[in-house]
Design a protein around this ligand. Structure first.
Ligand code: ADP
Ligand code: NA
Length: 330
């Protein structure tokens, strides 16, 4: 039987992915390859909804792809590609925009938040229609499941509505995708402010652990992570947010269950936990960085992998778009 299809993307808007991206999403992308036919893309079309420096964007797109390969996205099993290499994304997006109500798009809370931050006059129309492009991303591949976090639920709901609307008006064309609730994902918090999620736009640079940062620097960040005034190494997200965050990261990187770690650190203090986690992190990140470097040392080969991924993606995307154009009357 054909495997269910899964589609996911990540923006090339930072010089490196961080631990939150990896443990909250990308690690599961790797696992989904075992059970699904996967389409994974670096979403550069989404990235330009806010201003980008062209050179930086081009470099970050390659670095993002190299990191995906290094963590274990396997181009022999999955289509790994860059969104702008598959023109059908923009083409389907236009068709779907014409089927989206202005008010309907205006209700997207992520746009409201982001445009409020930038000022509505400066926010681009692309930022406004972003969720429709996201719908096109998903529907082009007839994806059955889409891994989503809480922040993306509303966008997936819009995607489902657009698929159903098109199918009802013009005949069955799109698979209506279901949200895929990722198992074993961890929400990772800022090391300096464990009440805030770790983010590339973190207020505290020392709270952010980037995969491509100098391992020594990351180790130092872990060793100086904020913890409470207690001593006992136990998981208690409410009262011991800092320690719990460190345990979550430790467990995910080492494969040791949290209760096992609690037992191992009985009678020891936070200092021991941080020191050991710093080592675990360095051991994990060092070979990962070597792998990323080897992909970036041969850009021609990297671009070849991405071109092959785009070709694989276009086989599916162009078939969907042809059907859509036919239904529309083009
Ligand atoms: P950022 O918050 O740094 O801007 P993105 O919004 O680009 O990160 O997130 C990319 C992916 O990584 C999304 O799937 C998101 O849910 C996940 N992610 C980001 N930060 C975290 C975190 N701190 N913990 C868990 N998952 C995260
Ligand atoms: Na974000």
């Amino acid at each position: 039987a054909a495997r269910p299809r899964v589609l996911s993307g990540i923006q090339p808007t930072a010089d490196s992915f961080h631990l939150g991206n990896y443990l909250g999403a990308l690690r599961q992308w790797v696992r989904l390859q075992d059970t699904h036919e996967a389409f994974y893309m670096v979403v550069d079309l989404h990235a330009i909804t806010v201003e980008q420096d062209p050179k930086v964007l081009r470099q970050r797109t390659r670095v993002a792809a190299a990191q995906l390969l290094a963590i274990g996205i396997d181009p022999r099993r999955s289509a790994l590609f860059v969104q702008s290499h598959v023109p059908e994304h923009a083409q389907l997006s236009w068709v779907l925009e014409c089927q989206t109500g202005f008010g309907e798009a205006g209700r997207m809370t992520q746009f409201k938040d982001k445009s409020a931050k930038q000022g509505t006059d400066r926010a681009s129309v692309g930022l406004f229609t972003y969720p429709v492009l996201q719908a096109a991303d998903i529907l082009l591949y007839q994806a059955n499941s889409v891994p989503v976090g809480e922040d993306q639920r509303q966008h997936l709901e819009l995607t489902r509505n657009l698929a159903q609307r098109f199918n009802n008006r013009l005949g069955k064309t799109f698979t209506v995708p279901e949200p895929y609730i990722l198992k074993d994902t961890a929400k990772i918090y800022d090391l300096q402010d464990p009440t805030a999620k770790m983010s590339k736009s973190a207020a505290t640079a020392n709270g952010l652990v980037e995969l491509l940062d100098e391992p020594k620097r990351s180790a130092k960040k872990v060793r100086s992570a904020v913890t409470d005034t207690g001593r006992e190494v136990v998981f208690d997200a409410e009262n011991k947010a800092g320690v719990s965050n460190l345990l979550t990261i430790y467990s995910a990187l080492s494969g040791r269950a949290i209760p096992e770690l609690e037992t191992a650190y009985e009678g020891k203090g936070y200092g021991d936990l941080k020191k050991d986690l710093a080592e675990v992190l360095v051991e994990w990140v060092t070979p990962l960085q070597a792998a990323v470097k080897s992909y970036l040392d041969d850009v021609a080969e990297l671009d070849k992998i991405l071109a092959a991924g785009a070709e694989q993606a276009r086989e599916v995307a162009s078939a969907t778009l042809a059907r859509v154009y036919e239904r529309i009357g083009f």
